[in-house]
Design a protein around this ligand. Structure first.
Ligand code: DX5
Ligand code: ZN
Length: 214
């Protein structure tokens, strides 16, 4: 299991200090939740903060675009050499073109599905993507409760993508009580916010989650 640390759950003023303490062997990706106050209620951060993070850590970026019309925003994150750029299935009519443009830049493409969006809706996009992100909360806030129905969706995503080099990422409410079930269902990568930053050392928490998942 790989872990992507959601910086949405940190105090942004302390981020620089925290980044220095992250162990790249425990925290595999920096999860950047870009929120526009339109597709989701809150505005979080955008290009400037993402750039700061990219200059202060060698941990690769996992950018999660929670924005309406991602086609108007994504190029900024390609310029920052993000490892993954993920957009929401519900936000664009141009998934194929967008995926091709992300791939052309060298970044990997993720497609995110809200809890109400069926896995079957990504079927025709499979040749163009590298990751399916299963949202296990309604997007918009950290610290929400994991939606149990997500476990079936992880299995479905694993089945529909079998035989292809596609990762399954899970985002929302992942913690010590559910990561073993999430791993068994077939997830490759978990986003963790509150579960890493609420208390204790984030790298230590990530190590513990990984051992529970193995
Ligand atoms: C929710 C975000 C998540 C969130 C995860 O909309 O996409 O990445 O920050 O935080 P936790 O793990 O606390 O649910
Ligand atoms: Zn996210």
């Amino acid at each position: 299991m790989k872990i992507s640390a959601s910086i949405l759950a940190t105090q942004i003023t302390q981020l620089s200090e925290k980044l220095k303490s992250f162990d790249p062997a425990a925290i595999d990706f920096m999860h950047i939740d870009v929120m526009d106050g339109n597709y989701v209620p809150q505005i979080s951060f955008g290009e400037a903060i993402t750039k700061e993070v990219s200059t202060q850590t060698s941990i690769p970026l996992d950018v999660h675009l929670m924005v309406s019309k991602p086609e108007d925003h994504f190029t900024k994150y390609l310029d920052l050499k993000s490892h993954f750029v993920t957009f929401h299935q519900e936000t664009t009519n141009f998934g194929v073109r967008l995926s091709e443009e992300i791939r052309k830049s060298g970044s990997k493409v993720g497609i995110s599905l809200n809890p109400m969006t069926p896995v079957s809706t990504v079927k025709h996009l499979l040749p163009y993507i590298d990751m399916i992100l299963i949202m296990t909360v309604d997007p918009g806030f950290y610290g929400q409760k994991f939606i149990q129905g997500g476990l079936d969706k992880i299995k479905e995503a694993k089945d529909i993508s079998s035989g292809r080099d596609i990762w399954i990422e899970v985002d929302g409410g992942v913690n010590e009580t559910n990561i073993a079930d999430i791993a068994r269902a077939g997830a490759d990568l978990c986003v963790v916010g509150a579960g890493l930053f609420k208390s204790g050392d984030p790298s230590e928490n990530a190590r513990k989650l990984k051992s529970l998942a193995s």
